[in-house]
Ligand binder design. Sequence first.
Ligand code: ADP
Ligand code: MG
Length: 215
Amino acid sequence: MADPGYDLICQDLSFQYQGGKELRYPDLRLEKGSHWLIIGPSGSGKTTLLNMIAGLLKPEHGKILFLGTEIYALSSKDLDHFRGENLGIVFQTPRFFSAMSVLQNLLISNYLAGKKQSKERALYLLHTLGLKGMERKNVKELSLGEQQRLSLARALMNSPEILIADEPTSALDDKNCDELTNLLEKEANEFGTTLIIVSHDARLKSRFPNQIELK
Ligand code: ADP
Ligand code: MG
């Protein structure tokens, strides 16, 4: 069922946590290089959807075709490899290796994906994301806005086919929210990356023509 026009297809997805209500999702067909906002209030199932797309949580029903591959049909080893190769994730709360420098936190993404470490790409991303000169700092020395941008840099280290970001702007003021959204779009455009932003942040609504609303 490979469909080269689409990076991601989700069909009949649902998930239910023990004791929780069933979360059902609209079908998604995301064209290569398109940008999407998945918006919905807290508790509507956004992070659950993101985790399913990321190959971290198997849906109860339905299937996910990522670049034509049904990801949950892969062995866990192949799925880890597939994720490292094709997916960049900006988690809601950035988590870094606190004993490592900014640069080391970026290079480890290459390592974990089984790729050659590229200091050049790390420095390029730090530069374009406004973190130039911070490579030797400890991540604990960065402000929250800087950490969000570092998290984006890390997600871009392996030039992913799809970039997904969970509430990337929720902790940011209007100026930083605008800046981070601009950066996400710019980086996605530059590399033809498909972009999925999951958020309850109404400020983003006017920015993305492609939207899916969860209730
Ligand atoms: P959102 O990201 O939109 O706030 P979530 O996907 O985190 O929504 O959660 C959707 C629903 O599932 C919520 O009702 C939440 O309480 C519940 N939920 C999320 N994670 C768990 C979990 N690990 N165990 C049980 N219930 C969960
Ligand atoms: Mg969430």
